[in-house]
Design a protein around this ligand. Sequence first.
Ligand code: ACO
Length: 327
Amino acid sequence: MIKSVFIGCGAYLPERSVSNDELAAKVDTSDDWIVARTGISNRHIAADGEMTSDLAFAAAVEALASAGMAAGELDLIVLATATPDETFPATATQVQARLGVAGIPAFDVQAVCSGFVYALAVADNFIKAGQARNVLVIGAETFSRILDWEDRTTCVLFGDGAGAVVLRAETSPSGTSPASDQRGIMSTHLHADGRHHDMLYVDGGPSSTGTAGFLRMRGREVFRHAVSNLTSVVAEALAANDLSPDAIDWLVPHQANKRIIDHTARKLKLPSEKVILTVAEHGNTSAASVPLALNEAVTDGRIKQGDVILMEAMGGGFTWGAVLARW
Ligand code: ACO
């Protein structure tokens, strides 16, 4: 049986951190409002000229170093982003060029905030199909470039950043131990419902306006859908593996809003100590948020080899999904 095993991770955040108070000097908002409604205190914003591929490359280099793997050993790069450097080519190919690994497949996955979960599922399926052995999976975003900085209902919520993991195919002899005891991805669960376009979208694009556009959102409706879709996909992931919530060592959720995360944890009856929270310092970094949170908890020693982790996310489309894995 082939499993996709996590062998390294990395992250990158732009140097500039912007506080709620700094935003409140520009739009009609306050630190109190943002913290109470979202749990966000700061977010990182990319420097002028710093692009999604720059963030992605830095995270990728760190992930490869932590995996002890040379870039030349990779045979696939999957990059999740909704804010590519350019309409085309894929940002993944820019990262590939900078890593100096011409020839291997490299492409982007677009599922907005669920992008990293979608990219992990794609990578896992390549590995299980025997088409790749060593895969670099990146989530990277510069959402600051698609924010309407005069719209207080959206501009306070998002930030820039990148996170990456390296997956390696490992074949375990059958009959040695139950599949759920072995390291690696246990299952992936993806969903989408395009009927909800108008609740969260960008009002531009090459085929519509010819401009990049700005993010538009009906926050209250998104909140309601997020809570219900995440609850159901988490239940689906546990049921597929015949596990109860207390088997989860760490919930690594998409970091959109602390209230959404608290709700998911409450439903699972998970104590807050088992929930990885980075939203306060990063804001919502879309496809980068899950790998940024994962990297933080691995780096500070909370997530250890053998721990069961549940990653989940929901984003524009709507798209949503979960990945259950043993680190
Ligand atoms: N500062 C101060 N006041 C604000 C701000 C702000 N930044 N933004 C909105 N308000 C005001 C509104 O104008 C409104 O005023 P009114 O009552 O006079 O009309 C009031 O605050 C309440 O607005 P609501 O939209 O009802 O506030 P809510 O409690 O729903 O919080 C929020 C808004 C934080 C956006 C919430 O709905 C939310 O988090 N939704 C989920 C959005 C999300 O996470 N999106 C990310 C992408 S999808 C995903 O990742 C899951």
